[in-house]
Design a protein around this ligand. Structure first.
Ligand code: PLP
Length: 373
């Protein structure tokens, strides 16, 4: 978006220099828990609170970031273009249909700023859902309407439709914090029926963890629906939460409107480079899916033995019924150095728990048993 001083060829060449430099340097081992890095849990603690990926980014992403050090002095335009091209190819869309963001949080913020407010209309969301966009819309002066999830923890699309006139409907699928999905046929019908004056943002942050045949991405529907935006992130299965990179897919006119509110060069070179390299690693997604699925099965079965029911999960976290108020349990676990999800007021007895490594889940189960005893 700004004037660039080096061509993409030159940039690729510079990355090549980076690779050569990396070859002569001793190989760096990447510690997953570096003692010098600030973290929310104390050393030895277990962090199951933010739906992060405990295994981190692909080795290819680490290597690409090392190589990118030599171009840290340059603006990231070329790396931006390279990543957009890759995302376009994977999704079989044009590059004008993609906006990158400083995490998908920036995409949510841009949607709130572009499509909600006193003149644009209100924001309609499920309750409970991921709250960030509510805050962004309120800051724009928009009214926010919350529609409770159905008894099967799906979005109540009919009621959400009825509440919206213009503005924006936010559908988080799979939904955070419940890890539940809104079935694909219902979502497809809803998108087809919604007035083109009302924008729809489908947040697919946890897309890669959903494995039920009842779920599908709505990216292929964007070409037929000028009011549809789909958000994705590199923070979850790609393990890049601290690097900050996300994107959205929409029709070019929508992307142009959103760009008007966006800071230039909002995604940094390390995040862009790591994201691109992650997409080139064929193992990152299946490995992440397998490891999380194994640890999730273990955790759900342990909770089941203790008599705690889990909402069917299609994400890298679960929500289960503690059968009593969750806040004191969250606090007691914190005292044992186990961080779990925050309170979601619509489900005051439910705990949101990120699925970490198997040994972390064992630590959680042990601490939970003590706290509940
Ligand atoms: C549903 C959902 N959307 C978006 C985000 C924001 O992710 P990021 O900004 O790291 O891409 C999160 C983070 O937890 C999330 O759960």
């Amino acid at each position: 978006m700004n004037n660039v001083s080096i061509s993409r060829r030159k940039f690729t060449h510079l990355l090549g220099i980076g690779a050569a430099v990396a070859l002569v340097r001793p190989r760096v081992t990447i510690a997953t828990e570096a003692a010098t890095v600030p973290a929310k849990t104390k050393p030895g603690g277990v962090r199951l609170s933010a739906n992060e990926n405990p295994y981190g980014p692909s080795a290819k992403a680490h290597e690409a970031m090392k190589n990118a050090h030599v171009v840290c002095n340059r603006y990231p335009d070329e790396a931006n273009d390279v990543l957009i091209d890759k995302i376009a190819k994977i999704n079989n869309i044009n590059r004008g249909q993609i906006a990158l963001g400083d995490g998908s949080s920036e995409i949510l913020k841009l949607c709130a700023e572009t499509f909600t407010g006193p003149s644009e209309g209100k924001l309609v969301v499920a309750d409970p859902t991921f709250e960030a966009i509510l805050e962004y819309s309120k800051a724009c002066g928009a009214d926010v309407v919350k529609v409770p999830l159905t008894s099967s923890h799906a979005h109540d699309l009919e009621k959400m439709s009825a509440s919206a006139q213009k503005g924006l409907i936010y559908v988080c699928n799979p939904n955070n914090p419940t890890a539940s999905i809104t079935p694909k046929n219902d979502l497809r019908d809803f998108i087809a029926k919604t007035s083109p004056d009302t924008m729809i943002l489908v947040d697919e942050a946890y897309f890669h963890y959903a494995d039920t045949p009842d779920y599908e991405s709505v990216i292929p529907l964007v070409k037929d629906h000028p009011n549809l935006i789909v958000a994705r992130t590199f923070s979850k299965i790609y393990g890049m939460a601290g690097l900050r990179c996300g994107y959205c897919v929409a029709q070019p006119e929508t992307i142009k409107r959103m760009h008007g509110f966006q800071m230039w060069d909002s995604v940094n070179i390390m995040a862009l480079t790591a994201a691109g390299a992650s997409l080139d690693d064929p193992d990152q997604v299946p490995n992440g899916q397998r490891l999380i699925s194994e640890a999730k099965t273990f955790t759900i079965s342990e909770l089941d033995k203790l008599g705690h029911k889990t909402i069917p999960s299609q994400a890298n976290f679960i929500m289960f019924d503690c059968k009593k108020p969750v806040v004191p349990i969250i606090k007691a676990l914190k005292d044992k150095n186990v961080a779990v999800g925050r309170l979601f007021p619509a489900y005051p007895n439910h705990m949101r728990l990120t699925i970490g490594k198997k040994d972390e889940m064992e630590s959680f189960v042990s601490a939970f048993k003590q706290v509940m005893a």
